[in-house]
Structures are given as C-alpha cells and as structure tokens.
Design a protein around this ligand. Structure first.
Ligand SMILES: [Zn+2]
Length: 269
C-alpha cells in the first residue's frame, strides 16, 4: 500500500535573522522547497526561543498561508492576563506552548507554570516540552495535576542526544510517561539522536519500544528543520525513516505518525 502524500511535519522553525544559530535565515519558501517534494503539505511551526516572547514572524507566516500551518508559541507564564494572551494566540492559529526546563525553576513549584497548564487545558492547547531526559519526570508531576492537558514531548525526549546509543534507562523513563493518556511524543530531530547519521536506522529499536508503548495515535513525526536540512543531513532522509525504513510500522501506523496524530493535536478547529 502506497501512502498518499499530504504528510504533516509536526516540528519546524522559521526565522528571518538568526541569533547565534545557523542557518542565518530559514523562510517559509525555504521550507516549501524541501518539504513539498517529500509529500509534506502541512506543518507545525515552533517558535524558536531566541526571540524571547516575540512570536510575530511565525504568526505572520501562519496568517499568510491559511490551512497550511499550525503553531506553537512561547509565552511568559508569569505574565498577567494570560487568559487573554492565550485566547488571542489561539485566534491567530496557535495550538500549543513551548516550554523548557531550567534547573532552578522546577515546573511543579512554579505558580506561573501551573497557570499556563490550566489555561492551556481550558483553551484546548498542548504543552510542548523541549527537554532533556533528566527533566522527563517533571512532565509526570504536571500531568498528575493537569490530566486534561495534551502534552507533546519534543524529539523523543532527546534520549540519545548525548550518546551514540540511546540509554535503555532513559527510554524506559520516556515510555513510563505513556501512563498519562494525553502524553504524545514527537518522533523527530533524527540528525541529533544516536549515531546522528543518515539513514538513522540505528534509532529503530528505540522508536519501536516507544511505538509499542504509546501506539501510533500518540506519535507524530517531525523533521526539526532547518537543523535537519543542514548537510550532511537532509529533509527527505527524515521522512524516509518513518515512511520506508521502520519495518515494524504498517501503512496505517505510518498514516498516524506522518499526518493524523499531528492533525488531531495541532490542526483542530
Ligand atoms: Zn526544534
């Protein structure tokens, strides 16, 4: 069975002028040039952290291409009138919030962070942690308090980012979060995990374990362009791992990973 094109990339960034990262710029046109030939027709834009809480460039891209993009924004969890901010962003196409873990500010002890999860839950938005494996237990602590909130963990929890082989203990911690039914995992950023080499098939055992624990409906593929498109990496190699090389996936599984799961979380009315 051949998968119809129309894939959804659950994770990319666009920026007009980079601050201390490469490439210097990555525009929507740059993204279309690599994603359309790979059969990817819709994309979730993730606001990069380098502009503070200024989501404007990303939101302009969303507004200029109706139906093509969803968006994950960065907001100040401690700001007043968070409800109004979130409502406005929702109207502009945002469906999630990127959060990171600063060691000196554990989420569970941070009133503003609890506030953001509450507002996100009410607004039907996802919390999207970009975290290292050490912070995976932070997700559990928040899910226990906010069980109605969708969560989407970036890049397989970055398990394998710091080593050539993803540590079994960390894979188990990631899989342990599957006990919370609203936790989803992005199968993404292959350039940064394990051996970090095309065709990324060394990641198959980890992805299989995550797949068998979460099931296809809670996993979504993402490229993490523009990082994924810096040589020797490329966009097609990222899609191809899920579309062709993970032999434990059947056609329906692939349809969930490559489109439906991201659609259900990020392309909601
Ligand atoms: Zn990213």
């Amino acid at each position: 069975m051949v998968l119809a094109p129309g894939f959804v990339d659950a994770h990319i960034h666009v920026w007009p002028e980079a601050i201390e990262v490469k490439p210097a710029r990555y525009t929507v046109a740059d993204h279309f040039a690599v994603s359309r030939p790979a059969g990817v027709l819709r994309t979730v834009l993730i606001q990069p952290g380098m502009y503070g809480f200024d989501n404007r460039y990303m939101l302009e891209a969303v507004g200029a291409h109706p139906g093509i993009f969803s968006a994950v924004a960065v907001v100040d969890a401690d700001a007043e009138s968070l409800d109004a901010t979130v409502a406005k962003l929702r109207g502009q196409g945002v469906r999630g919030f990127r959060i990171t873990a600063a060691k000196d500010k554990p989420w569970a002890e941070w009133a503003g962070m609890h506030g953001l999860w509450r507002v996100a839950g009410r607004a039907g938005m996802a919390m999207c942690p970009l975290i290292n494996p050490e912070a995976l237990p932070w997700v559990a602590a928040m899910c226990e308090k906010h069980p109605n909130v969708n969560v989407t963990i970036d890049h397989l929890g970055r398990v394998g980012a710091a080593s050539a082989k993803p540590p079994d203990a960390e894979v188990r911690v990631l899989c342990g979060l599957a006990r919370f039914p609203r936790v989803h995992v992005k199968v993404s950023a292959f350039y940064a995990l394990g051996r970090k080499q095309v065709p990324y098939t060394d990641l198959a055992p980890m992805i299989r374990q995550v797949f068998e624990t979460y099931g296809p409906r809670r996993l979504m593929w993402g490229s993490d362009a523009p990082y994924q498109v810096q040589p020797p990496h490329n966009y097609a190699a990222s899609v191809d791992l899920v579309r062709e090389r993970l032999t434990f996936l059947n056609a329906e599984d692939r349809a969930w990973l490559l489109a439906r799961t991201a659609e259900s979380v990020f392309f909601t009315p």
